[in-house]
Write a protein that binds this ligand. Structure first.
Ligand code: BES
Ligand code: ZN
Length: 622
């Protein structure tokens, strides 16, 4: 941290305009360790804060329990209490500097869990909590062999974001906390354990693994996966983990990983985490990807066989800067993580594959944004970038607004100030805020003083961030390829016949656009003709299949075995974005009973994150 503080000071001193010079240096602000109010954590880090975690746990697949000790280095500011977040954990015993100390669990809240209040003294240096997880844990998904690719061994993975780490480790679970960690993890012999840390590359016979994470990370980035895994390097700092039957496919699909890291570094500065690996998880993983430091967790649905969905890898890589290095201070500031990451993702894709591909990805997001704004028409305050999620689940803010409105804001800003200035600004932003957290307000301040004022640019920043909807001055994104896809579709429909030569060399993005933009009056018969020509129903590309299934539900299309494929897809895949799109389509068309019939079979395969969302959507009570 000092390295960066010093750098920042030098930069501010060297380049400061008059206005800056009159202000207190930002470096003093940064080191004053003031944590802001976080409605989603009980921790009171301004009083006593955890700085390092030493975890020693055993993973028991038979009982589906993680049990062990978490030992913390703490910095206390004259407090007699250390407060940790917990949820659905059993706390057996707590020690302060090696001696048993008094602790209590406060009232339970459905969303936040219970504060673990631990008695300490002013000079307490370390606290140890002996604990175990319970069957209610929300972070962990225990999979039986049937739910894996190889069907031989069980599998376990964690998902911490947003506030689930507290369900497998007692922790100060606010994104503004930063900890380094060591871990000892014992797993059944024959399995490999990997974490968001320095990782093994081979299975260790006795099942004992040791980990180190030397860069301070936010608690939501603590992560563990255990299974019969193999590793295959792309080069000396990038590579993939997967089950054996998946490893070669994954390796081929992600062979541009190192190029992505180089492109990212060229844009916004050094990759600060040494290693960038991806683990391909079983299909129930609830997200496309999760940016766990050094080891991105990814869904196998990203493997299309032609690298056409790997913008997801660019996205998770981009989080190594926006999110992991410079972190949203609270979940109300989530757009700072995701909006910047989408912007950065699309810049990486542009650098690797050209502006046409980048614009297609951007346009798909632009359409998602229009749909999301429409979905929030009764609650327009949810379309602000800066949210107020107090007494809401942080998950409520995790939608297209943060991602795609965030992106559109940054793209509009880039066009206004010019790419060179914008890139220099972003590079400096990441450098000066590295390994720290930022609120929306602090970002606006930084933007004004480091980009807008020095360049005398007038920009409606406040409208973009603090008002609902999309401002008038939004960047306009276009794609000739998408326009062509729309025209081709029109031709197919009006001529009631399909000339497949018009679609040669189409990319996944064009197909997705083609399928999503069926015109008014399109019928199930039209879908049947398309399906006979292109066999979308059996597409191996998960994104194409998903949008096709959505239209099948929309237009009551039932031919070519599509109902069976939809059901199989919903049972096999747990990726929340995909499955919720399909269940929402059922609901929109008054087919909740059909949806529920499938959901009852699919739900046991879903991680809690997905199950909770779909429970709410379909009004399902377990
Ligand atoms: N960090 C998110 C996933 C996430 C968000 C988990 C909120 C929990 C709460 C990740 O980087 C992400 O955005 N994943 C997307 C990928 C995409 C936009 C390319 C996903 O999972 O679909
Ligand atoms: Zn993301």
């Amino acid at each position: 941290m000092t390295k960066y503080t010093l750098l920042l000071t030098l930069i501010v001193l060297t380049f400061s305009c008059k206005k800056d010079a009159e202000k207190p240096l930002e470096s003093t602000e940064k080191t004053s360790s003031k944590y802001v109010e976080d409605a989603h954590s009980y921790a009171q880090p301004n009083k006593a804060v955890v700085t390092h975690l030493n975890l020693n746990i055993g993973v028991d697949f038979d009982n589906q329990v993680i049990e062990g000790q978490a030992n913390y280095d703490i910095e206390s500011r004259a407090s007699s209490k250390l407060i940790l977040d917990t949820k659905y954990l059993e706390i057996h015993e707590v020690e302060a500097d090696g001696k048993p100390t008094y602790f209590e669990l406060g009232d339970f809240d459905e969303q936040l869990g219970s504060p673990l209040i631990i008695e300490i003294s002013e000079d307490t240096k370390q606290v140890t909590v002996h604990y175990s997880t319970t069957e209610k844990t929300e972070a962990l998904q225990w999979l039986n062999p049937q739910q894996t690719a190889d069907k031989q061994h069980p599998f376990l993975f964690t998902q911490g974001q947003a506030i689930l780490t507290r369900t497998w480790i007692p922790i100060q679970d606010s994104p503004q906390i930063r900890i380094t960690y060591d871990a000892k993890v014992k797993v059944p012999s024959g399995l490999m354990a990997v974490m968001s840390a320095e990782n093994p590359k081979e299975i260790v016979a006795n099942g004992k693994y040791e980990f180190k994470m030397q860069q301070p990370i936010s608690p939501y980035l603590m992560a563990l996966a255990v299974g019969d895994l193999a590793y295959k390097a792309v080069n000396d700092r990038t590579g993939v983990y997967a089950e054996k039957s998946m490893i070669d496919k994954a390796h081929a699909e992600f062979s541009d990983m190192e190029k992505m890291v180089v492109a990212a570094e060229n844009l916004y500065g050094d990759y600060d985490w040494e290693q960038f690996d991806v683990i391909v998880l079983p299909p129930s993983f609830p997200f496309g990807g999760m940016e766990n430091p050094r080891l991105t967790f990814a869904t196998p649905t990203v493997i299309a066989g032609d690298k056409s969905l790997t913008s997801l890898i660019a996205h998770e890589l981009a989080h190594s800067w926006s999110g992991n290095l410079v972190t949203n201070a609270t979940w109300n500031d989530f757009w700072l993580n995701e909006g910047f990451t989408v912007y950065f993702e699309i810049r990486i894709m542009e650098a690797l594959y050209g502006v046409e591909r980048a614009n297609m990805i951007a346009l798909i997001g632009r359409q998602d944004l229009t749909e999301e704004i429409e979905a929030f028409r009764e609650t327009p305050e949810m379309t602000k970038l800066k949210l107020d999620l107090s007494d809401k689940n942080p998950d409520d803010g995790m939608n297209s607004i943060a991602y795609d409105k965030g992106y559109l804001f940054l793209r509009t800003l880039e066009e206004k100030v010019g790419r060179d200035k914008f890139d220099a600004f972003l590079k400096q932003y990441f450098k000066s805020h590295a390994f720290s957290t930022i609120t929306t307000e602090a970002f606006v301040d930084y933007l004004n003083t480091h980009l807008l004022e020095p360049n005398e640019v007038d920009f409606n920043v406040n409208e973009w961030i603090y008002e609902p909807g999309i401002p008038e001055n939004q960047a306009v994104i276009t794609s000739d390829k998408f326009e062509n896809a729309e025209q081709t579709l029109q031709t197919f429909i009006s001529e009631k016949s399909i000339d497949t030569s018009l679609t040669t060399n189409w990319t996944t993005q064009e197909w997705v656009h083609f399928i999503r933009n069926f015109p008014e009056g399109m019928t199930a018969e039209d879908m049947k003709r398309l399906d006979d020509a292109f066999d979308f129903t059996h597409s191996k590309n998960s994104h194409i299949a998903m949008v096709w299934y959505e239209q099948a539900i929309n237009l009551d299309y039932h031919d070519n075995g599509v109902d069976r494929e939809i059901e199989d897809f919903l049972i096999r895949v747990g990726r929340r974005w995909y499955v919720s799109t399909l269940y929402k389509a059922f609901k929109r068309h008054d087919k909740v009973d059909e949806a529920l019939a499938i959901y009852k079979k699919a739900r046991p395969n879903y991680h809690s994150v997905t199950a909770n969302t779909i429970d709410d959507l379909l009004g399902f009570k377990s």
